[in-house]
Ligand binder design. Structure first.
Ligand code: GLN
Length: 262
C-alpha cells in the first residue's frame, strides 16, 4: 500500500501557529480542538485517470487535489491510501480511512453501508469497443443475438450494471479485472468484446491504445461523491469544506485542469 503525503507542511505550520497562539494567550487546552491535529486519510484506487493516478511516485488527479484542498481548508493533515477499488468501502467502514474518494458513484446499494457527501462531479458509464466491432450501440448488448463478454473493473458500477442487466439475464458474461486498464488490455487482445467503464478514464485508455473507440450511446449517467462511515462525525465537516470549495469555484478549477472542455 503506497501512501502519499500532501499539504502536510502547510498544515503543520498552521497548527504550530495555533498552538503558539493558544500558548501565548493563556487559553486553556480545551480551546485547541483536538481533531485539528488529525490527518485525513483518503482511500482511493489510483488507477482511474484523470481522477486519481500515478505521476511517478506521486498520486495526482482531481480527487487527489480536491481531497488535499478539503484537508487544507479544515487545517488537517492529508494522506492518500491506494488500494483496490472494492477495498475502499471496507477501509472506510472499518475506520482505516477517513473517507473514500475515487470517482465513486452514489448508489442505493452503497448507501446501505456508507454515507455520501454532496456530489462534486458527474460520471457516465460508456462502452469501449474495437474500431471494427459489430457492437455499434448499447442496445446491441441487450438484443440477445450474441452473448458478449464484457470487461469491467471489479466492484465498480460498470461491473454491477453489466452483471445485473446482462449477465443475470443470460445476455452476457462479465469478465472482472482489478484495474480498468487491464480490462482494456483484454479488449485489445480479443479476450473481451467490450469494456463498460467511466467516460473520463475511458477517453484516456482509448487515447493510449490504437484501434479502440467509445460508443456514442452512454450506458448510464451518475453522480460522484465522497463516502464516509455511517454517522461519521467527519461527514458534516468534510462536506461543509467541499460545499465551500464547490461554491468558490475551486472544484471546477481543478476539474478543468484535468479535463479539457469539449
Ligand atoms: N464510478 C465507478 C464506481 O463508482 C467507478 C469508480 C472507479 O473505478 N474508481 O463504481
Amino acid at each position: 500500500m503506497k501512501k502519499f503525503m500532501k499539504g502536510l507542511l502547510a498544515t503543520t505550520m498552521v497548527f504550530a501557529m495555533m498552538t503558539s497562539l493558544v500558548g501565548c494567550g493563556g487559553g486553556s487546552e480545551a480551546e485547541a480542538p483536538a481533531d485539528e491535529t488529525e490527518t485525513l486519510v483518503m482511500a482511493t484506487n489510483a488507477a482511474f485517470p484523470p481522477y486519481e493516478y500515478y505521476e511517478g511516485e506521486e498520486i495526482v488527479g482531481i480527487d487527489a487535489e480536491v481531497g488535499a484542498a478539503i484537508a487544507e481548508k479544515l487545517g488537517m493533515g492529508f494522506e492518500i491510501s491506494d488500494m483496490e477499488f472494492d477495498a475502499i468501502i471496507p477501509a472506510v467502514t472499518s475506520g482505516k480511512a477517513s473517507f473514500g474518494m475515487a470517482g465513486m458513484t452514489v448508489t442505493e446499494e452503497r448507501m446501505q453501508s456508507v454515507d455520501f457527501s454532496d456530489s462534486y462531479a458527474k460520471g457516465v458509464q460508456v462502452v469501449i469497443v474495437t474500431e471494427d466491432s459489430e457492437i455499434t450501440d448499447v442496445d446491441h448488448l441487450f438484443a440477445g443475438e450474441d452473448t458478449h463478454v464484457i470487461g469491467v473493473q471489479t466492484g465498480t458500477t460498470g461491473d454491477l450494471y453489466s452483471t445485473w442487466d446482462l449477465e443475470d439475464e443470460g445476455l452476457a458474461t462479465v469478465s472482472r479485472f482489478n484495474k480498468g486498464a487491464d480490462a482494456v488490455l483484454a479488449l485489445t487482445e480479443g479476450k473481451v468484446d467490450c469494456v463498460v467503464i467511466d467516460n473520463e478514464p475511458a477517453k484516456e485508455f482509448v487515447a493510449a491504445n490504437a484501434g479502440l473507440k467509445i460508443l456514442e450511446t452512454a450506458y448510464a449517467e451518475e453522480d460522484y461523491a465522497i463516502c464516509f462511515a455511517k454517522d461519521s462525525e467527519l461527514t458534516e465537516k468534510v462536506n461543509g469544506a467541499l460545499k465551500e470549495l464547490i461554491a468558490d469555484g475551486t472544484v471546477q478549477k481543478i476539474i478543468d485542469k484535468y479535463i479539457s472542455a469539449e
